[in-house]
Design a protein around this ligand. Structure first.
Ligand code: BES
Ligand code: ZN
Length: 630
C-alpha cells in the first residue's frame, strides 16, 4: 500500500469507509436452516468498481498523455472534474489498476491520497482526501508496461513491419489500467485529450477524429457526448484514412486500407438503414479502425470509431455482420448503456437483435435467416454446456471477473427474447417501442429493473393480451430458453442438411456434392453440424475435395480446425499452428486451445503454439487461454 501526505487519523477513517464493495458483497445472513446465504443483490449496484459516484460524480476528463513505445507506458496527467452529489462528501474514490500515481494536486497544491492494496481483478481504489471547495484536480501518473487494457506491438507484429502499434481495450473493467477514473458504466463523462506520439504515427480516439490532421505527433481530441469509461479508447500506429461514405470511413495500416474499405463499403448503407428503423445516429461520424490480428475481440464499439479485427476481411463481405453489430451499439450500448456488468444483456442482446435487423435490411431475408439459425445454434451450444446460473440474462456476477464469464447468453438469448416480443406485438409496434426506448433513455445508463419497469409501462400495457409479466421474468431471471421461444429457420440450409446427411450415409461422395453456389454461411452450417466423430478417411475426403485446411475464410478455417483437433486429423496441424500464432481473437482461438487441452498430445501441441504466440498475444488472450496449456 502506498500512502502520501495523509494524516494517520484521516487514513484510518478512509480505510474504514472505502471499498464498501467487499463489506456489502460479502455480507452474509443466516437462513431458516441456519446456513449462510449471500445477501440479496442490490439492483443497479456496480460490484466491479470501488468508485463512489453516489457521493461524488466525475463529469469530465482532460487527458494529456505521452505514448512511450520504448518503455511501453503512457505517462502524463489527467484533470478530473467532478460534482458533489452529497454536499459533505469528503473523499473521491477512483478505480486504478497497476498505475503509478505520482501526485494529486489542485492548482499546484498537493492533495492527500492513498492507493489501497489491489484486489486480484478489480485493481486498487485511489482514495483522495478532498478539500471542501474544489471541483477539479489533476493526477500525474504512469501506466504499467503490463497494463491489462493496453497492447503494445513491436513493428514485426504489424502489417507494415516498420512502426510499432498501441491500442486500448477498456471493456469491461480495463479503463482503470490506463486512466485513474470512476470505472463504472453508470458514470458518464465527456473528455478532451492531447496525445503525444512519435512523429511518424497517427493517434485516433473514440472522439472527434480529423482525417486531415497534420501528422506532427501531437493530436487533440474531444468527446462532447457523455460516455462511460469502458468506451474511452485510443490507438496509435502507422494509420491512414480512406472515406467510404459521407459519414463513414476506415483507418488502417496502408497495406490493409484498400481491402478494408472495399470489404466494409456498405457501412454507410447500414448506418442509413439503422437510422430509418431506430432514430438518428447521435455521434456525428462513424469510422472503423482496423487493428492488428492480435485484437482479442471481433469488434469493439468505441464511439465514433469502432475497433475491428482484420480477421473479418474475407474478400466477399461474408463476415460484415460484425460491422452491423458494432454500429448497432451506437444505439444499444453507447446511447443507452448497461448500468452494471450484470446488465450486459441490455447492451449485447439489443445489439444482436438490431444486427439481425440491419443485415436483413441491407442484405435481404435469406442472409437474415441464415445468420439467425447460426446464432441460435451458438446459443444452444452454450445452453448445453453452461451451468444454470450462467444462463440467466441478468447474471449474478458478484465476486467474479467479467472477462471470465463471457458467453453467447447475453447476446443470443437476449436477442431471442426481443424477437419473441417482436413476434407477439408485431414488427411495426416493436420498432416503435425500440425507437422510443432509445429516445427515452438516451445518454443514460440503466439497470435490468429499469428496463422492466419501462417495458411494463409501455409495451406490456399496450399489449396486455399477448404479453405477460411472468413470461418476461422467465426470460430475464431463469436459465435455459423458455419453451415456445421463436425458432430460426433457413431454406438455404435444407440443401446443406441433405448433402451432409447423404454424405454421412455414404450415398453421396464429397465430389458429387453440388456446393458450387454455397455461401460462407452454408459452409459454416455444413461443418458445424457434423457429428463429433469422423474417420480419418472422411476428413481427408472433405479436405481433398473442398481444400478446407487452406480456407482463407477465418470462420470456416476455425470450424474445420476444430473438427481436425477433435478427430486428431494431422494434415491440418501445420495450418492449425500458424492460425494460433497469427490470430489473437479469442472467439477463434479459445475453442481450439480448449479442444487441444483435452488430450495429452493435444496439450503438448497447444503448449508449443502458445509459447510461440504469447509474445504477440493481448493480455486478455493470454488470460483466457493460459489455463489450457498448464
Ligand atoms: N462490446 C463487445 C465486446 C466486449 C463485450 C468486450 C464484453 C468486453 C466485454 C463487442 O461489441 C462484441 O460483442 N464483439 C463481438 C462481436 C460479435 C458478437 C459480432 C466479438 O468480439 O466477437
Ligand atoms: Zn457487442
Amino acid at each position: 500500500m502506498r500512502c502520501k501526505l495523509l494524516s494517520t487519523a484521516v487514513l484510518a477513517m478512509v480505510l474504514l469507509n472505502a471499498c464498501s464493495r467487499p463489506a456489502t458483497t460479502e455480507q452474509q445472513s443466516v437462513d431458516t436452516e441456519g446456513s449462510k446465504v449471500q445477501a440479496a443483490m442490490q439492483e443497479g449496484k456496480d460490484y466491479h468498481s470501488f468508485a463512489n459516484p453516489d457521493e461524488i460524480k466525475v463529469t469530465h476528463l482532460v487527458l494529456d498523455l505521452t505514448v512511450d513505445f520504448s518503455q511501453k507506458v503512457l505517462s502524463g496527467k489527467v484533470e478530473v472534474e467532478f460534482e458533489r452529489v452529497k454536499e459533505n462528501a469528503r473523499h473521491l474514490i477512483l478505480d486504478t489498476r497497476e498505475l503509478d500515481i505520482h501526485s494529486v494536486s489542485n492548482n499546484g497544491q498537493a492533495i492527500p491520497f492513498v492507493l489501497k492494496a489491489a484486489d486480484s481483478f478489480l485493481g486498487a481504489p485511489l482514495i483522495i482526501d478532498l478539500p471542501p471547495e474544489i471541483d477539479k484536480l489533476t493526477i500525474a501518473y504512469t501506466t504499467s508496461p503490463k497494463a491489462s487494457g493496453l497492447q503494445w506491438l513491436s513493428p514485426a507484429q504489424t502489417a507494415g513491419k516498420q512502426q510499432p502499434f498501441l491500442f486500448t481495450q477498456a471493456q469491461a473493467i480495463h479503463a482503470r489500467s490506463f486512466i485513474p477514473l470512476q470505472d463504472s458504466p453508470q458514470v458518464r463523462v465527456t473528455y478532451e485529450a492531447t496525445i503525444r506520439t512519435p512523429q511518424a504515427l497517427l493517434a485516433v480516439m473514440s472522439a472527434s477524429n480529423d482525417p486531415q490532421t497534420a501528422r506532427d505527433g501531437v493530436y487533440e481530441f474531444s468527446m462532447p457526448q457523455p460516455i462511460p469509461a469502458y468506451l474511452i479508447a485510443l490507438a496509435v500506429g502507422d494509420l491512414q484514412f480512406k472515406a467510404m461514405g459521407e459519414r463513414t470511413g476506415v483507418y488502417a495500416e496502408p497495406a490493409l486500407l484498400d481491402a478494408a474499405a472495399a470489404e466494409f463499403e456498405d457501412t454507410e448503407s447500414m448506418l442509413i438503414a439503422t437510422e430509418k428503423m431506430y432514430g438518428p445516429y447521435r455521434w456525428d461520424r462513424y469510422d472503423l479502425l482496423i487493428l492488428p490480428p492480435s485484437f482479442p475481440f471481433g469488434g469493439m464499439e468505441n464511439p465514433r470509431l469502432s475497433f475491428i479485427t482484420p480477421t473479418v476481411i474475407a474478400g466477399d463481405k461474408s463476415l460484415v455482420s460484425l460491422i452491423a453489430h458494432e454500429l448497432a451499439h451506437s444505439w444499444s450500448g453507447n446511447t443507452v448503456t448497461n448500468a452494471t456488468w450484470r446488465d450486459l444483456w441490455l447492451n449485447e442482446g439489443f445489439t444482436t437483435y438490431l444486427t439481425y435487423r440491419i443485415m436483413q435490411e441491407v442484405y435481404g431475408d435469406e442472409r437474415f435467416a441464415m445468420e439467425s439459425v447460426l446464432g441460435q445454434q451458438d446459443l444452444q451450444a452454450d445452453i448445453d454446456s453452461l451451468p444454470d446460473n450462467d444462463e440467466i440474462l441478468a447474471i449474478d456476477l458478484r465476486g467474479r471477473d467479467p472477462d471470465v464469464v463471457f458467453s453467447n447468453i447475453p447476446y443470443e438469448k437476449g436477442a431471442l427474447f426481443l424477437k419473441e416480443l417482436e413476434q407477439k406485438v408485431g414488427r411495426a409496434n416493436f420498432d416503435a417501442f425500440l425507437l422510443n426506448y432509445f429516445e427515452h433513455f438516451a445518454f443514460k445508463s440503466i439497470s435490468t429493473e429499469e428496463f422492466i419497469a419501462y417495458l411494463e409501462q409501455t409495451l406490456l400495457k399496450e399489449h396486455a393480451d399477448s404479453l405477460s409479466k411472468a413470461r418476461i421474468q422467465q426470460w430475464i431471471f431463469e436459465p435455459g430458453i423458455p419453451e415456445g421461444a421463436p425458432v430460426a429457420e433457413s431454406d438455404a440450409f435444407t440443401v446443406v442438411d441433405d448433402a451432409r446427411n447423404a454424405w454421412l450415409a455414404g450415398t453421396l461422395p464429397a465430389a458429387q456434392i453440388d456446393s458450387s453456389e454455397w455461401v460462407v454461411h452454408q459452409w459454416l452450417y455444413f461443418l458445424n453440424n457434423m457429428p463429433d466423430e469422423l474417420s480419418q478417411e472422411q476428413l481427408a475426403e472433405l479436405d481433398g475435395e473442398f481444400m478446407l485446411t487452406m480456407s482463407k475464410n477465418n470462420e470456416i478455417a476455425h470450424s474445420w480446425l476444430l473438427m481436425a483437433v477433435n478427430n486428431w486429423y494431422q494434415p491440418a496441424f501445420t495450418r492449425l499452428h500458424e492460425y494460433l500464432v497469427a490470430i489473437g481473437r479469442n472467439k477463434l482461438v479459445k475453442p481450439l486451445y480448449k479442444a487441444l487441452s483435452q488430450t495429452p498430445e493435444g496439450k503438448t501441441f497447444a503448449q508449443k503454439a502458445f509459447a510461440e504466440a504469447k509474445p504477440g498475444y493481448h493480455p486478455l488472450t493470454v488470460k483466457a487461454n493460459e489455463g489450457f496449456v498448464q
